[in-house]
Design a protein around this ligand. Structure first.
Ligand code: ATP
Length: 341
């Protein structure tokens, strides 16, 4: 059957399993309505897998993720590094795309925020290159021209695809880290010269952190290195309405993994209050990616059904606790599923 997709689903830890159930229900409804065949296979990974099987990412889980068309992942707990950082490197998921959009009536700083952070996912201090010298420690920061140009192209393509303000802001700290961020900013400027239809500017990371609070509506696409992107995307998520509404994609040339920006939120695990929008909107990004890479308009329709359902739920005031409502995780997901059907 054309359009029968195999999706690996990591339920994870903390609020992860509640989010995975919610996503599966909402995704199933939208896909049936749009005529998309989807087979979801649960894959063990995270603290629970470590406890039960002795590995945070058992070999057969990695195989199942590789064999699937895409992976949807709920957050994992303490073993996150052994799961997500490993998968990003193993599958060469070099682009971490983190949109931050505010919805009318939500507890956001402004109602007109619509930006996306394109974060380099394979280099920087996250490669684990740390040396323990006893009373001191050294972290190695790797930034290459090749990886920087690759992520810059991704950011410019994103700006074109969004079709809005068409602006890419390169965020770095090259006045201090002259070598590494010098390479990054020069690579971005080189790529910019091939995109005459997209505006390009640069900003130091500290100024960017301030401007995300002062005038977040002015940003379109931010491209940055791994750690800056990690920090700025939590900030922009909060500015736009909270981590509960923040989806993300990890994209490579031949594989992709979609997951919320937030972690396992152990503080609210089991309270049935987690906002599943983050993972449902991540599922939308997954459907958009399938639509683009498989040229399947039905996936685009399923995505649009899901995102409209989330928007209409929050607009009607039917929300979870983190964004001013009282619905439980499953009540919110059921509402999304019935609107998407
Ligand atoms: P990590 O370092 O793994 O990203 P963290 O320690 O930064 O994790 P998170 O798990 O991301 O913490 O949670 C940060 C805060 O946001 C917590 O108070 C948590 O309850 C809240 N939070 C995160 N996700 C959600 C969600 N989906 N719904 C409601 N609240 C959430």
């Amino acid at each position: 059957m054309i359009g029968m997709y195999g999706i690996s689903l990591v339920a994870g830890d903390g609020i992860g399993p509640e989010l995975a159930d919610a996503a599966e229900a909402a995704l199933g409804a939208a896909c049936s309505a749009a005529g998309v065949g989807m087979r979801v296979t649960r894959v063990a990974a995270g603290d629970a897998a470590l406890e039960a099987e002795g590995a945070a990412l058992p070999a057969r889980s990695l195989e199942a993720i590789r064999a699937s068309d895409a992976c949807l992942k709920a957050p994992v707990g303490e073993s996150a590094r052994d799961v997500i950082v490993f998968l990003r490197r193993e599958l060469d998921l070099y682009a971490n795309i983190r949109p931050a959009r505010s919805y009318p009536g939500m507890p956001a700083l402004r109602e007109d925020i619509d930006l996306v952070i394109v974060r380099e996912n394979t280099e920087d201090v996250y490669t684990g290159g740390e040396v323990d010298l006893g009373d001191a420690g050294v972290a190695l920061r790797t930034v290459s021209s090749a990886a920087s140009e690759r992520i810059a192209r991704c950011a410019f393509e994103e700006a074109r695809a969004r079709g809005g303000r068409r602006r890419v802001t390169c965020v770095h700290k090259s006045n201090v880290m002259r070598v590494t961020d010098g390479i990054f900013s020069r690579a971005c400027a080189r790529v910019a010269s091939g995109y005459g239809d997209v505006e390009f500017d640069e900003m130091y990371v500290d100024a960017c952190a301030m401007n995300l609070v002062r005038e977040p509506q002015k940003f379109d696409v931010i491209v940055t290195t791994n750690m800056f992107g990690d920090i700025l995307s939590d900030e922009s998520a909060q500015v736009a309405g909270g981590l509960g509404m923040a989806p993300a994609a990890n994209i490579g040339d031949s594989a992709a993994l979609f997951e919320p920006v937030h972690g396992a939120a152990f503080d609210i695990a089991g309270t049935r209050s987690a906002n599943p929008s983050s993972i449902i909107l991540s599922a939308c990004m997954m459907l958009d990616w399938l639509a683009r890479t498989r040229r399947d308009a039905r996936c685009a329709e399923a995505s649009s059904r899901l995102s409209s359902a989330v928007r209409s739920m929050v607009a009607s005031g039917a929300r979870t606790r983190d964004v001013g409502g009282s619905l439980s995780t499953s009540e919110f997901a059921d509402g999304v599923a019935s609107r998407a059907a």
